[in-house]
Ligand binder design. Structure first.
Ligand code: BGC
Length: 711
């Protein structure tokens, strides 16, 4: 955890001059001469063949010229199983079981770009074993609405946190031989009507909030692939949106790689001129129709050449895995499994603790584990992303393996699992408890010293292609918890989710509350190590948990759900920016996460120069246990000419401290990262004036304050 990322100073170069070609260097441009000679040999038919899917997860090379096909690995949290070439039917191979990595919001809860880099490395190692060239991830859209179906795949409600983690993931994957494909570019923040909805967003919100993670991954980590989203932005499909693809991605950010469509997200042959390289899957538009369009002069051959060149750059940079080498060993590898454990361990968030955690097994020798989420597999489910996991340690198994010889553990499901059939039959997950299961849970709780109640959702409820209808805990969980807590006051609630849920009852009825996410192959082991106190929890929420759904921006403004046009009327005030602006109480704030230890912050010092703001502070572990803390730096611009957020995250660091240890932490806020979008001149600008700095343990637990001025 000591290795620091080398964030290249490219941000400075690129934001200083807006609307101009970036001078950024990309590894992709090392093969231009070779590409010239290959392209000189290619027929138009061969070029067009490269611009659409050959099979469900590959696009064509040119065999005659020794150019291999590009093989895509569906991600973003594990290498998907092998399918029949042109269908979604699995091949049931013996070697394609992969490591299930913690899903997006879990990775984000680590607040660790270093771990994200390890994560990318683990994904790449397994992708290469399977002969894959490009991982379809990371998924980095902003978590705009609490009920978003893909919130669990995405990282955060904050662009800076999302961006730095995307940079880490990208570096880790690409330095280990696999290209990333940042998805879904851009503004795919709802699953409701995602294939038709037209996002109406101010340029400022688009730039400052929604595009920033993509921009950072392109500029700071040289991402080689991007996936265009299904939706429209300002009237144009993302796959044929020349402003997004040609002007911003390529023109301003200097992207040199390839853009593929989301599956079935291409709408015209003209997409080639707007900047799309590959239609996936099949070739309804960029196949024969494109050939005819080029011959008719409706689409220019120069555009086709440009798109082919960009694909060849990626092909030349990512070495193909010879067919006879792919799929020879099991995909899931011990080094990747270890990474999955490290991430899971640091992602677990302790929301509340009145002293029941870590578990005192001498005092509480008989433990009731209640709730299907203690055993429910989370690697697959619902629609879309999933991993055929080599194994998945569920929470009950993890707990049993750690405490089987120290305490008596008994499990009952408490509620019936929400399954695929329920989804197809459109049965709402919000329903009453089953009386018999409830009675069984109460009996067990009564006969036990302590209850660990597993609440939350599952992958059938949080899923691609639909958003949740509510934040209420499903399957009667609030009622079950109420009944259980009436007979046993010692309740630890573990919430298994990838997105915010309504925790008002959980907070009242539980002595301790933990979020353990969809936490991958090693999730149960990591959770058990936290609950038993082997390791102190150190995850921090990557999103706000509001008190109720109606408090959240799009719901409170009545602009969600929308099916034809989605107005982003809240502007830049997404996530904590909204709750802070409205001065609303929240259940748990952005950045919140407790420890078994305690930390004291002191001695802040802040100094600004032409380059940015240097700050330092002292942090001490004042408890009696080794622990990690994520210190967060928020910035306020009281003199800005624009309407600003109360505070914005501009820095953070994960610090590991032995009991009693004190450390001086130094951080630097690059001047350019204080940029705001000037909508009048359509340009980034850094406003001079006062900068208030707050350093703390969450966005609403600021421990140190200081003020400085930038010129
Ligand atoms: C999803 C993508 C995914 C693709 C291929 C689409 O439905 O939006 O994220 O990579 O399918 O499975």
């Amino acid at each position: 955890m000591t290795r620091k990322l080398l964030y290249l100073p490219v941000l400075v170069l690129a934001v200083a001059g807006c609307n101009c070609e970036s001078a950024r260097k990309s590894a992709l441009t090392a093969h231009e001469k070779e590409i010239d000679s290959i392209m000189a040999e290619m027929t138009l038919e061969e070029k067009v063949a490269m611009l659409h899917g050959k099979h469900m997860f590959s696009s064509a090379g040119v065999k005659r010229l020794g150019i291999a096909d590009i093989e895509y690995a569906d991600g973003p949290f594990g290498i998907r199983e092998e399918l029949e070439p042109d269908s979604w039917t699995p091949l049931h191979m013996e070697t394609d079981s992969a490591t299930f990595f913690p899903t997006g919001s879990a990775l984000a809860a680590t607040w660790s770009p270093e771990l994200a880099r390890e994560y990318g490395k683990g994904m790449a190692i397994e992708a290469r074993l399977r002969g894959k060239d490009m991982i379809l991830g990371p998924a980095i859209n902003i978590q705009r609405i609490p009920t978003g179906g893909r919130t669990y795949e995405y990282l955060s409600e904050d662009p800076y946190l999302s961006g730095l983690l995307a940079v880490g993931y990208t570096l880790g994957a690409q330095e280990n031989g696999a290209a990333v494909c940042l998805k879904h570019y851009a503004l795919n923040n709802q699953e409701t009507a995602r294939g038709i909805v037209d996002v109406k967003v101010s340029e400022r919100a688009m730039r400052e909030i929604y595009l920033t993670p993509f921009e950072m991954a392109v500029k700071q980590a040289d991402a080689w692939g991007v996936m265009a989203a299904y939706n429209k932005v300002e009237g144009k499909w993302c796959s044929e949106n020349s402003v997004l693809l040609n002007d911003i991605l390529r023109g301003e950010w200097g992207f040199k790689g390839m853009v593929i469509s989301d599956w079935g997200g291409t709408h015209s042959t003209g997409a080639v001129e707007a900047g799309l390289n590959v239609e996936m899957p099949g070739g309804a538009f960029l196949g024969d129709s494109l050939l005819v369009a080029v011959k008719d002069g409706r689409v220019s051959e120069e555009a086709v050449d440009e798109r082919v060149r960009e694909i060849l750059r990626v092909r030349m940079t990512v070495k193909p895995v010879p067919e006879e080498m792919a799929n020879k060993t099991m995909t899931s590898q011990p080094n990747a499994q270890k990474i999955a454990y490290d991430v899971a361990l640091r992602s677990v968030v302790l929301l509340k603790n009145s002293g029941l955690l870590p578990l005192d097994l001498q005092k509480y020798g008989k433990i009731a584990v209640i709730g299907d989420n203690a055993v429910c597999p989370q690697a697959t489910g619902g629609f879309g992303a999933g991993v055929k996991a080599l194994y998945e340690i569920n929470p009950l198994r993890g707990l049993m393996s750690r405490i089987y010889d120290k305490a008596e553990v008994e499990y009952v499901p408490g509620y019936r699992r929400y399954g695929p059939m329920d989804r197809f039959m459109r049965k709402s997950p919000v329903c009453d408890p089953d009386p018999e299961m409830l009675a069984e849970a109460v009996r067990l709780a009564e006969a036990s010293d302590l209850v660990i109640f597993f609440a939350g959702e599952n992958r059938e409820i949080e899923t691609e292609s639909s958003d949740r209808k509510s934040m209420t805990l499903p399957l009667g969980q609030d009622e079950i918890l109420r009944a259980v807590s009436e007979v046993n006051p010692n309740v630890v609630t573990v919430v298994v989710v990838g997105a915010p849920v309504d925790l008002r009852n959980v907070e009242k009825l539980s002595s301790a509350v933990v979020v353990s996410w969809y936490n991958g192959s090693e999730g149960g082991n990591a959770l058990a190590d936290i609950l038993t106190g082997k390791v102190s929890p150190s995850g921090k929420l990557p999103f706000t948990i509001p008190e109720k759904l109606e408090d959240s921006p799009a719901f409170s403004l009545g602009v969600f759900p929308r099916y034809d046009e989605a107005p982003y009327s809240e502007g830049i005030f997404v996530g904590y920016r909204w709750y802070d602006k409205k001065n609303l109480p929240v259940m748990y704030p952005f950045g919140h996460g407790l420890s078994y230890s305690s930390f004291e912050y002191s001695d802040i010092s802040v100094r600004s120069s032409g380059k940015g703001i240097k700050l330092s502070f002292q942090i001490q572990n004042t408890g009696d246990m080794a622990a990690e803390e994520v210190a967060q730096v928020y910035v306020e611009r009281p003199e800005s000419m624009q309407e600003m957020s109360v505070r914005e995250l501009k820095g953070f660091e994960r610090i590991s401290l032995a009991p009693g240890e004190s450390r001086k932490v130094e951080m630097f806020i690059d001047r350019e990262s204080l940029r705001v979008w000037d909508s009048v001149h359509s340009c980034w600008t850094v406003e001079p004036g006062r900068v208030n700095i707050g350093i703390g343990s969450s966005s609403r637990d600021i421990r140190l304050n200081a003020t400085t001025t930038i010129k």
